[in-house]
Design a protein around this ligand. Structure first.
Ligand code: SF4
Ligand code: ZN
Length: 718
């Protein structure tokens, strides 16, 4: 223990020297007034901001951070607190170093993510809240060899943990071992390389701190709440591989201070710190194969491992895995053959649960490198099953199938595309196993709705083409039925309070014609989710008496808003953002903002980093829209709401849109065109400016005049 304290302090002092040297050098190269910032974040240097409230914008602002670090290092306190102080000092200093490196174009490092942006923060946060991700492992160093590195990572992926890989040990980083082992990395693979040294380990850490800032309503400088939040709510664990340096020990103390225990690949006695880490704070594990298990145990992470009897591994972490052409054994659909998937409802007596039929050739009888036709028919039955659920369940076939290692699936309906890798075929994967997966997942995830699942597949051309006719008729009927569900046509809307674990006063009111602002839940999704989990985050609410049907205000909805917002909010206008707009947690796909000078709206999506004619970027706008506040003129929305007939109808609907990003225009494409025709302005898209046309207000106004945008003849909104 004493050794660890001393080494931690020594390490923090080394980081201090490193920071001061880089600071002096950069002050003389670039000047103390040079701006420093991480990309796409509203939280300055987040670790420093969360801990001290300090808004670092220039190199010279770091002076205050040095003082803070020295004060922490000099404090006369007991051994444990000395070590925890040294840890915090190391994290604050490392963040300053990383920010200066960004200015010097030394970050992100080659093949590494570098700083994790706020966009990623929100999408990961949502998955954490929804229980999809059980925890995070931060790996620092290198494994003894490539194969043990690969094996360990596969184990983490199989447990659905998101792994941040990086750091180094004797000049070698696990990142390079994984590259050598041909392991695909990236957010979709739950495996993210952050950087190749200990300083860059600040990125996963200041990501975790931003979860508290974004979702925990934490104010910068509120240390007590910060530490309480990270210790209780963020299931992260550090893993150190290889020789340990004093700087790494300092970092480990910093992680422990935030409540993130550390597993060390060595024979070490355990260290416990009650009140900070619930189980051990530091634990040695000399057997690398046991490290993933130790990570779960030390943070009390529970995982639901999906045990599905197939010959390849199965986990959400494989969803991002691609199967390249040269690695493909056989494929179905895409451009190469006729293929479709279709899920349909039957009466209970008609089907036999667990029955899986494969007509025609099995994978091992197929010729390597060829494409074959495939029909995938899933028949389900259940007392609570409804026809309306078919498309939702069918859409999930994608993630069910894609979670199998070595199986690649994209698209849906009759434009699906499945590849089976050579490796998966060699391990014994067959078409039959697609059925095994679908049967298991539907029962596991939808047991309340479905009692029986039966799967029929065929690779015989005639059968496939015959069945395709029937499926296509159903697809079309479904689309017509869905298009017919309107806000007026239903008695009930649904609440979604999934984000309350992060944003305690936020509630989404999900309607047939306005999906949740995260874009992930529409009205039918909420309906089925309520059937599966009646006490869950989606509750039906009766609209009751209409107060103002133009604005979209109902008594029952207002009551639900009051109750769910813990009385912070009184009323919502569903179809206007100018009066009582619906609020946002922080997960919105887009922001709509009123531009008074143009008498219209602009819409910007999360992925767009540039400037908008409102004079604000997405990130700046997000700062005022998020956190459950009701600000007239601004709202967070799901992308598809733009092409809904109820899109801000009371404010004039899509004809009010004067500026929209190119990415959104492309995404909405045909759907937008159809809506514009309905509104009597078929060429509306061409009259809406985007970033290629302008990002300034002046030019926007000139453009609107030039194209005779319909907004010119509309009533002023204010
Ligand atoms: Fe969160 Fe609203 Fe999406 Fe539900 S619908 S997950 S509350 S953003
Ligand atoms: Zn949310």
């Amino acid at each position: 223990m004493e050794g660890l304290v001393q080494s931690g302090i020594e390490g923090a002092r080394k980081v201090l020297i490193l920071a001061e040297t880089l600071f002096d050098q950069s002050c003389s190269d670039k000047g103390g007034d040079a701006l420093i910032a991480f990309p796409d974040t509203a939280y300055f240097l987040p670790m420093i901001y969360a801990y001290s409230g300090g808004e670092i914008k220039k190199i010279k602002d770091l002076d205050g951070v040095f003082l803070m670090a020295k004060r922490l290092l000099d404090e006369d306190t007991d051994e444990v607190n000395k070590a925890l102080n040294a840890g915090m000092a190391a994290l604050l200093l490392a963040e300053g170093i990383a920010a200066i490196r960004y200015l010097r174009n030394e970050e992100p490092q080659k093949d590494c993510e570098g700083f994790f942006t706020d966009s990623i923060l929100r999408s990961l946060g949502l998955q954490l809240a929804g229980g999809k991700i059980p925890g995070f492992a931060l790996i620092i160093g290198a494994a003894p060899d490539t194969s043990s590195a690969v094996e360990m990572i596969r184990d983490f992926q199989g447990k659905n943990l998101v792994t941040f890989a990086g750091g180094e040990s004797a000049g070698l980083s696990i990142i390079d071992q994984l590259k050598e082992g041909d392991i695909e990395m990236g957010w979709d693979n739950y495996l993210v390389p952050y950087g190749r040294d200990i300083i860059s380990a600040i990125y996963p850490i200041n990501w975790a701190v931003r979860v508290a800032l974004t979702f925990g309503a934490l104010k910068g400088g509120d240390r007590g709440t910060l530490l309480k939040y990270t210790r209780e709510r963020i299931p992260a664990v550090g893993v150190k591989l290889g020789e340990i340096t004093p700087e790494e020990i300092a970092f480990a103390w910093g992680a422990v201070n935030l409540g993130f225990p550390v597993v060390v690949h060595a024979d070490l006695p355990s260290l416990t710190l009650p009140g900070i880490c619930k189980y051990e704070a530091v634990k040695g594990e000399p057997d690398i194969r046991k490290i993933p298990g130790a990570v779960l145990q030390i943070r009390g992470i529970k995982i639901k491992v999906k045990k599905i009897p197939i010959p390849v591994s199965y986990s959400d972490a494989f969803q991002g895995e691609r199967v390249r052409r040269e690695d493909t054994y056989v494929e179905f659909g895409g451009k190469y053959s006729t293929s479709f998937e279709f899920l349909t409802m039957r009466v209970l007596e008609e089907i036999q649960d667990g029955k899986i039929e494969v007509e025609g050739k099995e994978i091992n009888e197929m010729t390597e490198g060829e494409a074959y036709p495939l029909s995938l028919l899933v028949e389900v039955a259940g007392r609570k099953m409804q026809r309306d659920y078919e498309p939702i369940l069918e859409r999930l076939l994608h993630s069910f199938i894609n979670s199998a290692e070595g199986i690649f699936h994209i698209g849906q309906r009759d434009i699906n595309w499945i590849r089976v890798s050579k490796e998966a075929q060699r391990k014994g994967f067959r078409l039959h196993h697609l059925g095994v997966i679908i049967h298991a997942r539907l029962h596991e995830d939808f047991g309340n709705v479905i009692d029986k699942v039966q799967i029929k597949m065929s690779s015989v051309k005639e059968t496939v083409e015959g069945l395709l006719e029937t499926a296509r008729k159903s697809y079309q009927q479904r689309d017509e039925r869905m298009a017919g569900i309107s806000d007026e046509g239903v008695e009930e809307f649904y609440t979604c309070t999934l984000c309350q674990s992060f944003a305690p006063h936020h509630v989404c009111i999900v309607k047939p014609e306005r999906l949740g602002l995260c874009g992930a839940y529409n009205w039918l999704d909420c309906k089925i989710s309520h059937d599966i989990n009646p006490r869950g985050p989606n509750q039906p609410i009766k609209k009751e008496k209409g107060i103002d049907l133009v604005m979209g205000e109902w008594e029952g909805i207002n009551r639900a808003v009051r109750e769910n917002s813990k009385r912070k909010l009184e009323r919502f206008h569903a179809y206007s953002i100018m009066t009582f707009p619906e609020t946002s947690c922080g997960c919105f796909e887009c922001i709509v903002a009123y531009i008074p000078e143009a008498n219209g709206f602009m819409v910007v999506n999360r992925q767009y980093p540039g400037m908008t004619p409102s004079g604000m970027t997405f990130t700046t706008l997000a700062g005022s829209v998020g956190g459950g506040q009701q600000i007239p003129g601004f709202a967070g929305i799901g992308r598809l709401y733009i092409v809904s007939r109820k899109f801000l109808k009371a404010d004039g609907g899509i004809k009010r849109i004067v500026w929209m990003t190119g990415e959104l225009k492309e995404f909405l494409g045909e759907r937008f065109k159809k809506r514009s025709e309905e509104e009597g302005v078929p060429d509306l898209m061409e009259k809406i400016a985007d970033e290629d046309i302008t990002t300034t207000l002046e030019e926007l106004l000139a453009f609107l005049g030039r194209v005779r945008h319909p907004v010119l003849t509309m009533k002023p909104l204010m």
